[in-house]
Design a binder for this molecule. Sequence first.
Ligand code: G3P
Ligand code: MG
Length: 240
Amino acid sequence: MSFPRVIAHRGAGSLAPENTLAAFKMGASLGHTAFECDVKLSADEVCFLLHDDTLDRTTSGHGPAGAHNWSDLSQMDAGSWLSPAYQGTPVASLADIAHFCLPRGDYVNLEIKPSVGTDNTTGRVVANSSAQLWGAHSERLVLSSFSSVALQAAQQAQPHLARAHLFHMLPRDWHTHVTALACQGVVLSQHLVTQAVIEACHAHGWWCASYTVNEWDMAQRLFGWGIDHIVTDEVGLFKP
Ligand code: G3P
Ligand code: MG
């Protein structure tokens, strides 16, 4: 993958409100050009950025995020929970992120994060919306997910968009899942990474990334083993 080695997690979501445009701008101000963010669907199928199933931790809203229309979500405050300095920061739509990143030439890892029971629809709609927004620049985009169902829906909708399988546990048949979904990459929790796993990815022709790598010694070990990318909250420690 042509992505930079360091990918800023949730925008630069440890220094500014995660998964908002403010977080992307913070990362960009530090020189970052590659960003991960979490994408789900509103009730009226607009793609927007949020990590949790519910609104309560990171917005002024309450309850399941996917139950609200975008017209409601777009009025919520996604910044006050972190700091009064970010009061009034809006929830970001996928279109907001595309309009920020495309002119800059940034690389974006969209993690498809379906609300419960919406894996298929979320995979399809995120893929279709991404293809429309990124157009001829889709080589700067990769869709990832823990959900095989969401990845399969994305594959069927927009097969040309790069996909990566996320794992927080490694099933015995992990190669089979990645092969079946014709993924180009694998993104592993740092606790799963061994040199053998990285070499197995490379032998299959897949790049290998790890999340969420926030310690210098761990990053050095992973790069020494041949990891291709790290996803990090420590956007100041790990230079672009
Ligand atoms: O995409 C890597 C990482 O973001 C996956 O975990 O829970 O932070 O979305 P999470
Ligand atoms: Mg994520």
